[in-house]
Design a protein around this ligand. Structure first.
Ligand code: ABU
Length: 371
């Protein structure tokens, strides 16, 4: 169907189960990740270069084993509560199938075990009525979207467009064998070569017709180009420079809170270096994260301290925040938001917080240009 008027666009949006154009329209349906079957990711350089020191050492010793109960149980409790919070806000919560991620699989070039489904944000992107499976660079995530396939097939039957980027080969040519993390003051570099397009969905955020991305150790220039050509003339993709020495995923670096408002990580983002198109937006500087002193949480976290920024907008006013991060809660209130607390610190061992753990498939709204 060719859409000519905003009434037609609204009618299409009302019918399709997948309809989401930005990070802040009123949330109606969301996919929330799962922890059952979670397996410690494989000991591959593209994995270890992105995991903080202590967790990386533990991970390389335990790669391929199931995550232990003492890590799963508290995170599961937090996840169950987070789902209840979303449901109490009237949001439909959809879940992937439980999956045995410990099962070994092979391609003609390599074999691996899986990882988990904690973070649907990483493997799928939503553009309006389209849901796209992204070509991920971690071998252990090669089949991660399969546990979402029942949901994807259901959305497809109900009218959504369902696509998948070319499945990458992930052979040695994709990874720089001499890669080391850049030291302070050194120019940024990435472990990925330009052998083939790869990108994680979580390296992008959406503001209607304008999409923003950071290059990272899981997203190369060819991946960004692939998506640019796939989306065509109706969208513009802008690259944001991050100073993070081991970038992986944009959602602890910069996030839009609504039209005209950006939350930035002051360590990784220099506001003067933002794309010109964002220069008219208000830049809200994230407060220093509250330190996490619990030894186990510190050792097991796969994430950096700025996970305090990994929040989820329910709409333009309400935002889900971890109550441990009192600086962020208070700052949000001062900026005029209504923070909704949900404890989630144990989920960091599985790769993220609220933004990572979800994929907003339906938000009430239509495709707009905000610039
Ligand atoms: N999406 C995962 C966040 C990664 C990090 O900043 O540690």
């Amino acid at each position: 169907m060719n859409i000519h008027t905003s009434a037609e666009a609204a009618a299409v949006a009302a019918e399709c189960p997948v309809n989401s154009h930005n990070e802040w329209d009123p949330l109606e349906e969301i996919i929330v990740g799962r922890l059952e079957g979670s397996t410690i990711p494989s000991d591959h350089p593209v994995v270890t270069c992105n995991i903080p020191g202590m967790a990386a050492r533990a991970q390389s010793l335990a790669a391929g084993f199931r995550f232990p109960k003492f890590m799963i149980e508290p995170a599961q409790e937090e996840l169950d509560n987070f789902i209840k919070v979303l449901e109490s806000l009237g949001v439909t919560v959809t879940r992937p199938e439980p999956f045995n991620h410990k099962a070994k699989f092979s391609t003609p070039y390599w074999s691996s075990r899986g990882f988990c489904n904690s973070c649907p944000r990483d493997s799928m992107l939503v553009f309006g009525d389209e849901i796209l499976e992204t070509p991920m660079a971690w071998p252990c995530r090669y089949f991660e979207t399969h546990s979402y396939r029942p949901i994807l097939k259901d959305y497809f039957k109900r009218g959504a467009r369902w696509t998948s980027a070319p499945k990458p080969q992930l052979t040695d040519e994709l990874f720089d064998p001499d890669f080391t993390l850049p030291e302070k003051g050194e120019p940024l570099r990435y472990i990925l070569t330009e052998f083939e397009p790869v990108f994680d969905a979580a390296d992008f955020f959406r503001c209607g017709r304008d999409i923003f991305v950071t290059r990272s150790n899981v997203t190369n220039a060819m991946g960004i180009d692939w998506l640019r050509r796939h989306l065509g003339d109706g969208y513009r993709i802008h690259e944001i420079k991050s100073r993070c020495p081991n970038p992986m995923h944009i959602d602890t670096t910069i996030l839009p809170l609504g039209p005209g408002r950006l939350l930035i990580n002051p360590e990784y983002i220099d506001p003067d270096e933002l794309p010109d198109i964002l220069k008219k937006w208000d830049v809200l500087v994230a407060p220093e994260p509250d330190p996490i002193n619990d030894r186990i949480l510190k050792i097991t976290s796969m994430c950096g301290k700025w996970l305090s920024m990994n929040i989820l907008m329910v709409d333009e006013k309400r935002v889900i925040v971890d109550p441990h991060h009192t600086n962020m809660m208070r700052q949000m209130e001062q900026w005029g938001y209504e923070p909704i607390p949900a404890p989630f610190l144990h989920y960091a061992a599985f790769g993220g917080a609220f933004h990572c753990a979800t994929l907003d498939v339906r938000r009430r709204g239509t495709l707009e240009s905000y610039f």
